[in-house]
Design a protein around this ligand. Structure first.
Ligand code: NDP
Length: 285
């Protein structure tokens, strides 16, 4: 067809909303592109991605479980992909594969679009896996007062605190780690939070990472609770609602990270022509 071809690669991938989201952006920006799905074998990402680019593919979004494989495959990484330790966007330029990560920028843009003030705020990030790591850099860039990373086991949260210590110092952010159990103890966690982000995978199995005691300790009615999972009101979101806090799922993050990827591929000058918030409204209707 002569159209530039893009895909989202994951396993499984049939439920991905990325093709629909990118079709909306392409329409808004009057770009003629083709955007499809690719499901590599679990151990076959590198081969599938190389074949795609060798056949003329222009760019790829990467989702679970291939973000580390995508990082390993890339010839060059952007600074934010290096910090995130994972790649969700690949593009080809002059025969080289570039790896970028737009997840954290997507989260921050979604929060700001929802009127959440991040500057000087107290943020609690639940989880210390790939999704958590990807958003720490962009959150620190907003100069919150503190960022507390809480995980079931302390080791992974401690590692992330060490990894981001320099950036936190530059931005004058108090970056600390806790266990989820520490959150129940008001001596170990002596403050409530303006923003609590659930970046654990607990919501996928209808569990919350927070006990009732932790909920009582960390939320007030003026808190905002954000779950990266989308498409349902998770146990974590229900707990926040019961405390009178406002909630959001992660669909806006998905749309905003896609918008950033679209601009990486098609040119930042198209930013004024695409409207991620309008796409979000369409997806929710
Ligand atoms: P990882 O497997 O890398 O990390 C999982 C994290 O969840 C770990 O910190 C783990 O803790 C914790 N965890 C898992 N189960 C529980 C539980 N029952 N109670 C408490 N903690 C738990 O996954 P990712 O970081 O890649 O993904 C996390 C979530 O974010 C997924 O649900 C994913 O769908 C979502 N996501 C959404 C995006 C969006 O655009 N909206 C983008 C990226 C991810 P431990 O270390 O103790 O095992």
């Amino acid at each position: 067809l002569g159209l530039d071809v893009y895909v989202v690669a994951g396993n499984p991938i049939s439920h991905s909303k990325s093709p629909l989201i990118h079709q909306h952006f392409a329409q808004q920006a009057k770009q003629a592109i083709h955007y499809g799905r690719l499901q590599p074998e679990l151990d076959g990402f590198a081969k599938a991605a190389k074949t795609f680019f060798a056949a003329g593919g222009k760019g790829m979004n990467v989702t679970v479980p291939f973000k580390l494989d995508a990082q390993a495959l890339a010839d060059h990484l952007t600074a934010r992909a290096q910090l995130a330790g994972a790649v969700n966007t690949l593009l080809i330029k002059d025969g080289k594969i570039y790896g970028d990560n737009t997840d954290g920028a997507g989260l921050v843009r979604d929060l700001l679009a929802q009127g959440i003030v991040l500057h000087e705020s107290r943020i609690l990030l639940l989880g210390a896996g790939g999704a958590a790591r990807g958003v720490i850099g962009p959150l620190l860039e907003q100069s919150p007062k503190c960022l507390v990373i809480a995980n079931r086991s302390n080791a992974k949260a401690d590692e992330l605190v060490k990894l981001f210590a320099n950036l936190a110092a530059t931005k004058e952010v108090a970056l600390e780690s806790r266990t989820l159990a520490d959150l129940e103890n008001s001596e170990k966690t002596p403050y409530v939070f303006d923003l609590v982000i659930n970046a654990t995978a607990a919501g996928l199995s209808d569990e919350s990472p927070l006990s009732a005691a932790a909920v009582a300790n960390i939320f007030t009615p003026s808190s905002f609770a954000y779950d990266m999972v989308y498409g349902k009101t998770t146990a974590f979101m229900q707990q926040a609602l019961q405390r009178g806090a406002r909630i959001s799922d992660g669909l806006g993050m998905l749309v905003e990270q896609a918008a950033d990827a679209f601009l990486v591929w098609r040119g930042a000058d198209l930013a004024k022509q695409i409207d991620p918030r309008a796409v979000l409204v369409k997806l929710r209707s």
